[in-house]
Ligand binder design. Structure first.
Ligand code: 9MR
Length: 382
């Protein structure tokens, strides 16, 4: 599509979606279409926030966060290495700031994450005995979950415990505590945070084998009489390669367990993947080459349009299952912030989100809005 055609399309869809009566209800006071307003009867629209956004050093993001989003997830600052840097030292500075920001923006905070094999503090590697490890595990969960009970909406209690084949990932937790560590983590979180929702969170759990592993985990927690309120399907997929059938099946199967489904880290990257898969393992790395960074000078309209179509199809599915889907959180606010600019190859220019580097809504933004305000048009491809 020529730039002028895309610009026209965006302008027209903006006029249409703000001009129709349902569109008007979806506008905020400044007349902008607002995602959180558009989907307010369907699900929470969240965003992951980084240090600059939490410290309010990024005015462009601050405006978008307040206009479009009604859920905040810390991209990094509640992870072990930041919040619990040493055995007997916690640093709640940024987490407390985030809670304050949530109040200011009227956006609940979705805590991420209590137990994860990655981004652990260095002291944990040095713990030798099982007893000491159990003490760390118990105190880590209890201290953090109790401090924020009633202040955060939820916790990803355990993050990414599964391998692709549905078996449990080898981690310090599995190694030291055995496979019951997941149920134990939820038991401790439940005790420390009775007013906080508790989720299991992972990537690729829409895929059949890994999904079966997640279902087994959830059933085990439930069979132990321990509370689990939801599952987080991360959603790091690739534009025009979104596993729609598996996602639909997953929503049905997870909802049948009596828990809510959250899409917790949504982004649809547009760059080639060296292994041609949808992994999100932060340890996977590949070499830079210009061929692997094809859109450094800008996103071609054709790619932008395909991405918009993928987002629209996804949101149509989310709306179909709006009773079961509680939240859609994007993994970042605008393209420049995304982890996908640095993973799995450093120094690339990716475009996975709904807002561009200048904080402007992209074609995907308008297509997503249309799924609600003009569903018939959203179905048409560009
Ligand atoms: O987006 C996060 C990035 O800034 C960090 O460097 C990375 C390191 O662990 O973690 C990223 O977030 C991950 C999330 O916490 C869990 N699921 C996969 C996400 C992308 O790697």
């Amino acid at each position: 599509m020529k730039p002028i055609t895309l610009a026209l399309l965006i302008a027209v869809s903006a006029i249409i979606s703000t001009g129709c009566s349902s569109g008007k209800k979806s506008m905020n006071t400044s007349g902008t279409v607002s995602l959180k307003e558009v989907f307010k009867n369907d699900f929470v629209i969240g965003a992951a926030v980084n240090n600059g956004q939490i410290n309010e050093r990024d005015s462009g993001s601050a405006a978008l966060l307040q206009t479009h989003f009604n859920g905040l997830t810390p991209e990094n600052i509640m992870k072990c290495e930041i919040i619990h840097p040493e055995w007997d030292r916690y640093d709640f500075t940024l987490a407390d700031k985030l809670v304050e920001l949530g109040k200011k923006y009227n956006s609940p905070v979705y805590g991420h994450t209590l137990i994860w094999h990655s981004q652990l503090s260095p002291f944990i590697q040095k713990i030798q005995s099982v007893d000491s490890f159990r003490t760390f595990f118990t105190e880590h969960i209890t201290t953090i979950a109790s401090r924020y009970d009633g202040k955060v909406k939820s916790w990803d209690v355990v993050n990414e415990a599964l391998n692709e084949d549905g078996t449990l990932r080898k981690s310090a937790f599995l190694n030291k505590l055995g496979e019951d560590y997941i149920v134990e983590a939820f038991r401790l979180a439940q005790k420390a945070a009775p007013n906080t929702e508790l989720y299991y969170n992972d990537y690729n759990i829409e895929q059949p084998k890994k999904r079966a592993g997640a279902i087994a985990i959830i059933k085990k927690i439930q069979a132990a009489g321990v509370r689990i309120d939801g599952v987080g399907i991360q959603g790091h997929w690739r534009s025009y390669n979104v596993p729609m059938k598996e996602i639909e099946e997953s929503i049905k199967e997870f909802a049948a367990l009596g828990i809510k489904v959250h899409f917790t880290e949504l982004d649809l990257g547009v760059l080639p993947n060296p292994w041609d898969n949808d992994a999100a393992d932060v340890n996977m790395k590949a070499e830079y080459s210009a061929k692997m960074n094809p859109y450094a000078a800008g996103l071609p309209d054709s790619v932008s349009a395909k991405q918009a179509q993928s987002y629209a199809e996804l949101f149509q599915l989310f709306l179909k299952y709006r009773k079961d889907v509680a939240r859609i959180t994007f993994w970042g606010v605008q393209d420049g912030q995304s982890w996908l600019n640095g993973w799995p190859i450093r120094g690339r220019t990716n475009y996975p989100l709904l807002f561009d580097r200048k904080y402007q809504p992209k074609a995907a933004f308008y297509k997503v809005v249309e799924t609600k305000t003009k569903p018939a048009d959203a179905k048409k491809s560009f």
